[in-house]
Design a protein around this ligand. Structure first.
Ligand code: FMN
Length: 191
């Protein structure tokens, strides 16, 4: 059975760039061929600011949105977060979505596709890595960054990568696959 990779669109605001970049990456990951790929959009998930009474570790979810999010996160073996930089950090929609569940993230690898101005979202990724390790995720060293990303959107709003970005996506996926294989027994046993 193929390992399942979810590409998660982390921004939720109207007019966001996230979906264009995430669609490109999801197609790239499909062509990579090692994973069964799917796209998850936090704007569709519509999580309110964390509103469960119990610690997520207990999995005593009272809200339907949490139960649905739990099932969605649990279904994957690996994640790639397509993440912008808001004030040098990750967007609150990402932090909130992480907080909602705990065990569902445990012992799984994750990568980042970041975008922004000159930084390419790298400052956001550095902080995001610290958060995901608390959830026992393994962040990849290899990462995809798109500086000045708006110059890579064509007139139809499609993201047009370049050889440097393609190369980093390939390397990150190769690494993610190794970790996903290695961690599969661990997160299966813990589930
Ligand atoms: C609240 C906010 C803060 C931002 N802060 C940064 C920043 O620190 N660094 C950066 O490169 N771009 C920053 N930007 C510009 C974003 O890179 C740009 O708006 C991008 O489109 C955001 O991703 P999104 O369209 O998927 O929401 C910020 C944008 C917003 C809305």
């Amino acid at each position: 059975m193929q390992l399942k990779l979810q590409t998660i669109i982390c921004s939720t605001r109207p007019g966001r760039a996230g979906p264009a970049i995430a669609r490109w990456f999801n197609e790239f990951a499909s062509r990579h061929g090692k994973f069964e790929t799917s796209l998850v959009d936090l704007a569709d998930v519509k999580l309110p600011i964390y509103d469960e009474p119990h610690h997520p570790r207990l999995q005593q979810y009272e809200k339907a949105h949490t139960q649905e999010w739990s099932a969605s996160v649990a279904a994957a073996d690996a994640y790639v977060f397509v993440i912008p930089e808001y004030n040098f950090g990750p967007p609150p929609s990402f932090v909130n979505a992480l907080n909602y569940v705990y065990k569902e993230w445990n012992y799984k690898p994750c990568g980042f596709v970041s975008y922004g101005g000159v930084s390419g979202g790298l400052r956001s990724v550095q902080l995001a890595k610290q958060l995901v390790t608390t959830l026992k995720m393994m962040p990849m060293v290899e990462s995809v960054a798109a500086p000045m990303f708006s110059q890579l959107l064509d007139e139809d709003g499609h993201f047009r990568s370049n050889p440097l970005i393609d190369d980093s996506a390939q390397q990150m996926l190769d690494e993610l696959f190794k970790w996903a294989q290695a961690l599969k027994p661990l997160h299966t046993a813990a589930a």
